[in-house]
Ligand binder design. Structure first.
Ligand code: ADP
Ligand code: MG
Length: 691
């Protein structure tokens, strides 16, 4: 993917751009382009495929509306996912005297005919269409007889399943261009996630696209994070903030509908006028509230993220988050609804350490572990295709990911579901479960959550964090206008002790080794912030490890034990180590081991010694198995390395370690290269430690 153009100098003056500026002034009444608009419009006018990444409110529409008026040789087709938004835009265009129209499911057949006829005569310059329309044969036939000079795809992130707003109706847009005379495409989105951008380019088949990331910074927004430990503190902070706003407009975002209800009630009880808004309400109520907000009849809205798309209110002075969103993209999109008029506005995130839990729950719900999906399938198969109640395949009451697990089996054609009944429709389909993709989605979600949480915990410039994340390369290290900058708070990460620092370095080495082994960048394993938190908390077991920020279930399964053993080997003072071993020798019979360790032990007891065979048998990664075996060795549940690691290797490693206990595996692996595997080292270290 080409690198985004850095937002530096204005582009060279050009006649095309002068004409565009004239349209901007004459038709739209705006004196100057906003950041990025001139670049995008130039590219579009030069008939280049273009991807424009601009924040919400950045002025993406102008990027295709201005060219639409300048390209007299044909029609600009605008694909937009939201009917309400489409109508607003068409109304706004018409109010400026621009001939625009929309075709979607709310437009009668007769009206459609008229619109298409007008487009054919060139009296309509901008035609907004809902993506579903391209599936309609009649519409496509009519389109083919028109000359389309530009295909604009608004909210283009909807095409990507990595985005926060994937829409199946967008999926096939890639094929549309060639069916309407191959016009250039301009795709527009506010989404920063690099993976989503890549997806947009690929799925739309953009050819050598110009990619502009622009105007990410919103200098008039002041960002702040209020760290609290109780709900009460959140409520007190928020109500004080709303009172201080007097009769200015504000949005309070909450993580769940239930939270919206609670916060609205509490605010109202405290005498603050506000209304609730979430997707569980009647459409008519929602519309009423949205209108009241738009017309300033209502100043404060307490809402889930259902409130927003299509909200164009320019003078929202504060966007307050009661709960941490799932990603920095979501956060910036929601917070970005403040201050669209360019006047100062505040974006406040209230954060309590345990807020992550809610988000993890949602991830568990949407992206169950791949191994869990396989397990559910196996269970359904074991029922021989008979219909069973969903409860039958649940691991626990209300298992969060069960519906998503079943859904993914249904989508793979392996199972079917009707209400609470579920059954296997094929019995040999286990290999068709796309475990890699399931895991990738889950991983991706956790990764985004980590970035969000790092923001919430940041002691340094919040704006710089956002701009870094969004790929906006040119900015000051500290903005002077956000919480940490104003409070003159610590300019470095939280002070760390020397011990923490050295452990942190150890952990990083281990991370590097794991990343190399898996062929992924280190941050995919764990972020620096996670390793720092780990160094601080020094978790000693699974439970404690899961409390480290950035360590979710999947990451734990994959890497947890590896890091735990680094911690054990590297940091535990000798006496403590002794007690660990003497205590755990009691578990030599396996009675106190976790179920998972017991399972690995039972493979060992069945005579299996090869790590990879065990890994396959347990559908776990070899590193996890090596970790298990390492623990079992340390606990004395396994007596020695016989059959698992050749004695020559053990000798080699011992020599390399100069007879010292092995601290960091990463360093040894580097030293010994291909002569030993990571798994070997793990086992040898555990065994030596025990000896
Ligand atoms: P986006 O789609 O990027 O969220 P919009 O296209 O809806 O943003 O634009 C947001 C607001 O900014 C609109 O009211 C629009 O008319 C206004 N706007 C766009 N370009 C300019 C400009 N160059 N100068 C002033 N206002 C602009
Ligand atoms: Mg828009």
């Amino acid at each position: 993917m080409p690198t985004p153009s850095a937002p530096v100098a204005e582009p060279q003056p050009s006649p095309a751009l002068d004409a565009a500026r004239k349209v901007l002034r004459d038709v739209f009444g705006y004196g100057e382009f906003r950041p990025g608009q001139a670049e995008v419009i130039s590219a579009v006018l030069a008939r280049r495929d273009t991807l424009a990444v601009m924040p919400t409110g950045g002025g993406k529409s102008v990027c295709y509306q201005v060219p639409a008026l300048l390209r007299e040789d044909g029609l600009t087709l605008v694909v937009s996912p939201l009917l309400a938004l489409m109508k607003d835009q068409v109304d706004a265009m018409r109010a400026m005297g621009v001939p625009a129209a929309a075709i979607n499911s709310t437009v009668s057949v007769e009206e459609q005919r008229q619109v298409l006829a007008a487009a054919g005569e060139g009296t309509i310059r901008l035609l907004y269409v809902a993506p579903e329309r391209f599936g309609a044969g009649g519409f496509m036939a009519a389109l083919r007889s028109l000359r389309v000079s530009l295909l604009a795809i608004d909210e283009a992130h909807c095409i990507s399943q990595w985005g926060h707003d994937f829409r199946p109706s967008y999926r096939d847009l890639g094929a549309v261009r060639d069916r309407i005379g191959s016009p250039p495409i301009v795709a527009l989105t506010a989404t920063a996630d690099p993976r989503v951008r890549e997806d947009i380019v690929q799925r739309l088949g953009l050819k050598q696209p110009e990619i502009h990331v622009a105007g990410v910074d919103r200098p008039n927004l002041r960002f702040e994070v209020v760290r609290v430990s109780t709900l009460k503190e959140k409520f007190e902070g928020i109500s004080a903030q709303l009172r201080a706003l007097k009769d200015e407009s504000a949005i309070v975002y909450c993580g769940t509908r239930k939270r919206v209800e609670e916060v609205t009630d509490s605010l109202q009880r405290a005498g603050i006028k506000c209304a609730r808004y979430h997707a569980g309400m009647e459409d008519s109520d929602r519309k009423r509230i949205q209108d009241a907000f738009a017309r300033d009849k209502l100043r404060v809205i307490v809402a889930t993220n259902a409130f927003g798309m299509g909200i164009d209110k320019p003078d929202v002075r504060a966007v307050i988050h009661h709960d941490m969103p799932d990603s920095l993209e979501s956060y910036y999109q929601e917070a970005g609804r403040a201050g669209r008029d360019g006047d100062p506005a505040t974006c406040t995130l209230y954060y309590a350490g345990r807020d992550r839990g809610l988000r993890e729950f949602f991830i568990e719900m949407a992206h169950p572990e791949a191994s869990r999906v396989v397990e559910v399938y196996q269970q359904l198969v074991s029922f021989g295709g008979n219909r069973v109640h969903v409860r039958e395949v649940m691991r626990e009451n209300d298992e969060p990911g069960i519906n998503a697990a079943i859904q993914s089996l249904v989508e793979s054609g392996l199972a079917a579901r009707a209400g609470y009944s579920v059954w296997a429709t094929r019995f040999d389909g286990e290999a068709d479960i796309d475990t890699a993709s399931l895991e990738a989605h889950r991983e991706h979600s956790f990764h985004k959550l980590d970035a969000m949480e790092n923001y919430a915990r940041s002691r340094t410039c919040l704006r710089a964090r956002i701009l870094d994340y969004f790929g906006d390369a040119v900015h000051e290290p500290a903005c002077g206008n956000c919480g940490p900058c104003i409070s003159g708070g610590e300019t470095h990460e939280e002070a760390t002790t020397a011990a923490e620092d050295s452990l942190f370095r150890e952990l990083r080495e281990a991370r590097k080794a794991l990343a190399d082994r898996d062929g992924v960048p280190p941050f995919v394993v764990f972020s620096d912030a996670t390793l720092r938190d780990m160094a601080k908390k020094r978790p000693r077991n699974r439970m404690e490890m899961l409390s480290v920020s950035g360590v979710g279930q999947v990451k734990f399964e994959r890497y947890g034990e590896a890091f735990l053993s680094v911690m054990r080997a590297a940091t535990a003072p000798l006496p403590e180590r002794k007690t660990l071993y003497s205590r755990t020798t009691k578990t030599a019979d396996g009675s106190k081991l976790t179920p998972s360790l017991r399972e690995t032990l039972s493979l060992y007891e069945d005579g299996i010694r090869d790590v990879r065979t065990m890994a396959r048998a347990r559908a776990l990664s070899p590193s996890t198995i090596a970790n298990h075996l390492g623990q079992l060795l340390m606990y004395g549940a396994i007596p020695d390395l016989d059959g698992m690691v050749e004695p020559e290797k053990v000798a080699l490693v011992q020599r390399a370690a100069n007879g010292q206990p092995i601290g960091s595996i990463g360093a040894l692996k580097q030293q010994l290269g291909e002569q030993v595997t990571y798994e070997d080292l793990h086992l040898i270290r555990a065994w030596l430690a025990r000896k």
